[in-house]
Design a protein around this ligand. Structure first.
Ligand SMILES: [Zn+2]
Length: 350
């Protein structure tokens, strides 16, 4: 059994701000989240059940989804509440997890011919209503994560975060961590980890744009807008087009630390060497490529980035991603596209 890093949608620096809040409930939640209690315990529990759950792959691009209810605890997967083909549940979170996992499967299959995360029909397993114990007892988890074998979603604290199944880009972001574990499998630390986060943001946004039929000219590049409780100080967890502007002077979250250029690259040890921070740099480059090439971003830019995700190695750095995307653009689309990709990377300092 490999040891998988737990890949959460909410980065630690957001919880670090909340841990200093005046609100005792939010403080307790954030401290528990920083300790990673739910995620770490869940992985331990899941590891023993993984082989049985991964059995029964579906052939020929057919979806196979299972949704479980963790019933406010962190033992995953929980109770099976909806299997593939079963009718809608009375529980909205169950239906969102089911539908958005299906949309993500359909996107990868229709656009890239990929048959599930492993390209071999792997079952998509989701647990909803995941809880986390803090100083007050069991609370709804304020996060969503991919643990190497399944998705887990909390319902949020209700002050800053809402139900994590609400967002198609969050679901697709997490499932893309799954795709990556079967492809480039970039080490989740430093620049390679920031590329890992970047790919998840790219395909998270592209699945949402593909579902809505939105072209790059009209696209919205926000990640996780639907999981935040609305407030004037916050728009999303990240903004791929304008990194560093997703939230500002928020009483609970502070300000978005993402850089939009290499000269602002974060070099400290926190956030696994800035995996959710420095992803702002390639995110901006991708949006610039999408805007330069125009049309549906999942077509030409999406194809270039998907090929790059297959070709990169575990320790690739930003400069490798810049080089390989320009090379793929040149080979598949010609000199003008190659130049557009190079210009985009240059604008972010690469
Ligand atoms: Zn992630």
């Amino acid at each position: 059994m490999h040891r998988h890093p737990v890949q959460c949608i909410i980065p630690p620096y957001m919880f670090e701000h909340m841990a200093r809040s005046d609100d005792p409930g939010l403080r307790a939640m954030a401290v528990a989240a920083l300790a990673g209690a739910a995620a770490v315990r869940a992985v331990r529990a899941f590891a023993t059940q993984l082989p049985a759950l991964l059995a029964a792959p579906s052939p020929g691009g057919r979806r196979h989804r299972l949704v479980y209810d963790a019933r406010g605890r962190d033992e995953l997967p929980g109770k099976l509440v909806r299997s593939e083909g079963e009718k809608k549940s009375a529980d909205t979170a169950v239906n969102e997890a089911y539908d958005f996992a299906g949309d993500t499967f359909d996107f990868y299959h229709a656009v890239f011919g990929r048959n599930s995360l492993d390209d071999a029909g792997m079952t998509l397993i989701s647990s909803v209503h995941v809880g986390e114990a803090d100083g007050r007892g069991w609370q709804p988890m304020s996060n969503a994560f991919w643990d190497g074998g399944q998705m887990a979603y909390g319902d949020g604290d209700g002050t800053v975060f809402r139900r994590f199944t609400r967002s198609l880009d969050v679901v697709a972001h997490e499932l893309t961590h799954g795709v990556q574990s079967f492809t480039s499998n970039l080490v989740y630390r430093g620049q390679s980890g920031a590329i890992n986060e970047h790919f998840s943001d790219v395909f998270g946004a592209l699945v949402r744009q593909w579902k809505a039929g939105t072209t790059a000219e009209r696209a919205n590049w926000l990640i996780g807008a639907d999981v935040l409780v609305p407030a004037a100080t916050r728009r999303a967890i990240r903004d791929m087009e304008h990194p560093g502007t997703a939230y500002a002077a928020d009483p609970f979250l502070g300000s978005d630390p993402q850089p939009d250029h290499m000269k602002k690259l974060a070099t400290g040890p926190s956030d696994s060497g800035g995996v959710h921070i420095n992803s702002g740099i390639p995110n901006r480059a991708f949006v610039l490529v999408a805007q330069a090439l125009g049309g549906p971003a999942w077509e030409q830019p999406g194809r270039i980035w998907y090929e790059a995700m297959l070709q990169l190695s575990r320790t690739s750095q930003f400069a490798d991603l810049a080089r390989i995307t320009a090379q793929i653009a040149g080979e598949s689309l010609g000199a003008a596209a190659k130049k557009a990709v190079r210009v985009a990377w240059k604008k972010v300092g690469l």
